[in-house]
Design a protein around this ligand. Sequence first.
Ligand SMILES: Cc1cc2nc3c(=O)[nH]c(=O)nc-3n(C[C@H](O)[C@H](O)[C@H](O)COP(=O)(O)O)c2cc1C
Length: 323
Amino acid sequence: MAVKAKSEKRKAQSQSVKLKIGKMELKNPVILASGTCGFGKEIEELVDINALGAIVTKTITLRKREGNPSPRIAETHSGILNAIGLDNDGLKNFMFEKIPYLRTLKIPVIVSIAGDRIEEFVKLTEETQKSSCVKAIEVNLSCPNVSHEGTKHAILAQDSHAVEQIISRLRKITKRTLIAKLSPNVTDIKEIARSAERGGAEAVSLINTYPGMAVDVSTMKPKLGNVTGGLSGPAIKPLALKCVWDAYNSIKIPVIGSGGIMTAEDAIEFMLCGACAVQVGTANFVDPNAPLKIANGIKKYLKDKRISSIKGLVGKLKTCKTN
Ligand SMILES: Cc1cc2nc3c(=O)[nH]c(=O)nc-3n(C[C@H](O)[C@H](O)[C@H](O)COP(=O)(O)O)c2cc1C
């Protein structure tokens, strides 16, 4: 009896940070955010990518895109503004130039895709899923720096009908885990999250950047060539947390949280508000090892709090309604 009790106790003390999103298995809940780690190879000498949960590639489009005029990045007091404009070399280049490296990784690869028309999303999904290393597709419905056909909205994720339509179309053609990446720049994030769920997404990922701008008063010019851009980093964290909390309370599928996560404590805040995993973006530019430190910090927190798995953390915010 004593031996059994001891082994039970040991089991309870060894924390598991593994999780599943759809069919995709992650060894920990820390994911590299799209656009902040290229296609992996760019950061391979700076960080042990295989120690992380997963990597989301830079968003790719069907055809090569030049992106926006420079400057494309402007620093602000507590974050960065970017207006890259989905600069990428297109699907063909991705399949021939990027997949060979991504295939060597031992963690799930999540391909981020974007398009102006639904057929472009379809083609991108059909082609990228041919590679077995692609375990999930993150549908970027939320880029603030591009325009779209077929919707009067500036950002696809502002149109709940378009979100449901695109996701349900992709659902019919892929068995890969489908993640809808949503924008915070909406009237009601709950409505948009529910559309993604209805469409058949296995998870939503939020948030992408907030629209913003900065001005150089010496030249009287905008700091970004595109004039406006997307704000990321610590400035948006409280706003992102609220979006995650709202989405978590309105859908049954998992929520992947992002927006200003720089430390393990930030990540844990997101998980308490309902995120089953987190994406780290801007922090990579400050410290490429931040995601690894965050993963280790989450594990330590679980151990200190004697919580046996991340399930015991997700959505466990103690509000006056629950306690
Ligand atoms: C320079 C830069 C480029 C980005 N490019 C993309 C992109 O191509 N696709 C995308 O879905 N999100 C992109 N993002 C948004 C991030 O993936 C992330 O959702 C956002 O920055 C919030 O997280 P953070 O505050 O940790 O950076 C980009 C962000 C930055 C800073």
